[in-house]
Design a binder for this molecule. Structure first.
Ligand code: C5P
Length: 410
C-alpha cells in the first residue's frame, strides 16, 4: 500500500499519456497523494483538467508562470514529494534527464530534485532500441533512477516490440515494491511525543511554552516513511496530523503520559515534546478574579516525566528511547547529564536560545548525544533532521537485530 506516500507524477509527451488519469486513480486508491506536472507535449494527449479532476489538485504545466513560482517554486514541488514518477517517460525526456537538461518544468524538477526517481519509458520500439536511448537508460540506472518497463506489445504506430508503457496496475505495483524495499522499520512500532503541553491555571489560563511541534511531527512522518507503525501523541499545535500516522491529541503532561502508556509496548520511543515540567497545584475551578492590587500566587507540582518512565529498564522498555534536550547554554554538557539522569539511549540536543529561532522556526541544529559519543549534525530543516534521525534509528535497529554489536546503544 502507499498510504501517506506523496508522489509527484511527471507526465511527458507520449501517446501513453492517455493512461495517466487511470494511473493517478489507482495510485490514489492505493493510498498515495498525487500531484501532477505535465510537459507541453503531454498536453497534446491528455488535458490538465482531466489530471486535476482525478488528482484533486492543481496541475503544474508552465515553468515560467510567475504565480506558480511565487506560490510554490519548482524546488518545493519536489521537496513535498517522496518520489518523482515519470510516466510516460519519452525518449526525449530520458535523454534530457541523462544529460542534465532543464528546459521545461518537468526536466527542471528532475534536475533539481534529491528525491528518488522512477520512470516508465514509453516510445516506439526503434527509438527504445536505439543505442542513444539504451546508453541514456544505462546512465540513468547507474545514477539510481528506477526503470519500470517498458513492456513488449503492439505499438500505437502499428509496430510490435518493446517500448509500450507498463500498464497502470504494473506501475502502481512497482511503486509499492519500491517503498517496500526501502522500509527498514517495517514491522516495528514507534511512539512519538510532540508539541508543548498546556497546564491549566484556571478554566481560561494555562502555562505553556513556545514549542511548535514541527520537529516531533516531522519525526513521526519520517519514521512512518521508513515503514514503522507510528503513534503520535501531540500537545496543542497548529499543524495537520501526519498522514498515515495514528495521532492522539492531548493538552496536559498527565494526559500525554496516559496516551503514551496506552500505546505500549513499542520498539521505538522518541520524546520530542516540550512537556511542561510543572503544573499548578490545584487548578482553580472558576476563573480567578482580579482582587484589588493583590496578584494571585500559585504553588506548582512536578509533572510525570514521560521520557524517564519509558527508559526504566524492564521487559516493557522500548528497544530504543530517544529524548530531546532544548538548551540555551552548554548544550552538550546538559544533554550528557540528561542522558544519564533520564536513562534514555540517545538525546537530540538543540540550542533553543532566541537568536537561533529554533523554537517555532523551520530549521534546527542537532547534536546527537549517545552513550559513546556526540555527532554534530549541520543546521538543516526540521524535515531533514527528522529523516536523518529516522535513518539513524533504522541503522541502529538493524544492528540490534543482526547482533552485529551486541548491547550497542550508540
Ligand atoms: O527535563 P527536560 O524537560 O529538559 O527533558 C527534555 C526531554 O524529556 C524531552 O525529550 C521531553 O520530551 C522529555 N520530557 C518528558 N516528560 C517531562 C519532561 C520532559 O517526557 N515531564
Amino acid at each position: 500500500m502507499l498510504i501517506g506516500k506523496r508522489i509527484l507524477l511527471i507526465v511527458t509527451g507520449g501517446i501513453a499519456a492517455y493512461k495517466t488519469p487511470e494511473l493517478v486513480r489507482q495510485l490514489i486508491k492505493a493510498g498515495a497523494r498525487v500531484r501532477c506536472v505535465m510537459s507541453q507535449g503531454a498536453e497534446q494527449f491528455v488535458t490538465p483538467l482531466s489530471l486535476a479532476s482525478v488528482s484533486g489538485d492543481k496541475v503544474y504545466t508552465d515553468l515560467f508562470s510567475l504565480t506558480d513560482e511565487h506560490e510554490m517554486g519548482h524546488i518545493n514541488l519536489s521537496r513535498q514529494a517522496d518520489v518523482l514518477l515519470v510516466a510516460p517517460a519519452t525518449a526525449n525526456t530520458l535523454a534530457k534527464m541523462a544529460h542534465g537538461m532543464a528546459d521545461n518544468l518537468a526536466t527542471t524538477l528532475l534536475l533539481a530534485t534529491d528525491k528518488p526517481v522512477l520512470a516508465a519509458p514509453a516510445m516506439n520500439v526503434r527509438m527504445w532500441e536505439h543505442a542513444a536511448t539504451q546508453d541514456n537508460v544505462e546512465l540513468l540506472k547507474a545514477r539510481g533512477v528506477h526503470l519500470i518497463g517498458p513492456d513488449e506489445g503492439d505499438m500505437a504506430c502499428g509496430e510490435w516490440g518493446e517500448g509500450r508503457m507498463s500498464e497502470p496496475h504494473a506501475i502502481v505495483q512497482a511503486v509499492v515494491d519500491f517503498f517496500d524495499a526501502d522500509a527498514p522499520l517495517k514491522g516495528l512500532r514507534a511512539v512519538v511525543t510532540s508539541g508543548p503541553t498546556h497546564e491549566p491555571i484556571d478554566p481560561v489560563r494555562y502555562i505553556a511554552n513556545r514549542s511548535s511541534g514541527k520537529q516531533g511531527h516531522a519525526i513521526a512522518q519520517a519514521l512512518h516513511d521508513l515503514g514503522a507503525q507510528v503513534t503520535l501523541v501531540s500537545g496543542p499545535v497548529a499543524l495537520p496530523d501526519p498522514v498515515g500516522v495514528t495521532t492522539h491529541h492531548v493538552q496536559t503532561a498527565r494526559q500525554m503520559k496516559t496516551a503514551v502508556d496506552a500505546v505500549l509496548p513499542v520498539d521505538i520511543a522518541v520524546c520530542a515534546a516540550a512537556v511542561a515540567d510543572w503544573r499548578v497545584d490545584g487548578e482553580a475551578e472558576q476563573k480567578i478574579k482580579k482582587s484589588g492590587t493583590q496578584s494571585p500566587s500559585f504553588s506548582t507540582v512536578q509533572n510525570p516525566d514521560i521520557l524517564a518512565s519509558l527508559s526504566i529498564p524492564g521487559a516493557a522498555r522500548p528497544r530504543l528511547v530517544v529524548g530531546f534536550a532544548a538548551e540555551t547554554e552548554s548544550v552538550i554538557e546538559h544533554a550528557r547529564a540528561k542522558l544519564a539522569k533520564k536513562g534514555c539511549d540517545w538525546i537530540c540536543a538543540n540550542d533553543v536560545s532566541s537568536s537561533t529561532n529554533t523554537f517555532g522556526g523551520d530549521d534546527n541544529t542537532v547534536h546527537l548525544v549517545t552513550r559513546t559519543g556526540v555527532d554534530d549534525w549541520p543546521r538543516q530543516s526540521k524535515l531533514c533532521v527528522a529523516r536523518q534521525l529516522a535513518r539513524r534509528i533504522a541503522d541502529h535497529m538493524r544492528k540490534q537485530d543482526t547482533s552485529e554489536q551486541p548491547g550497542e546503544t550508540a
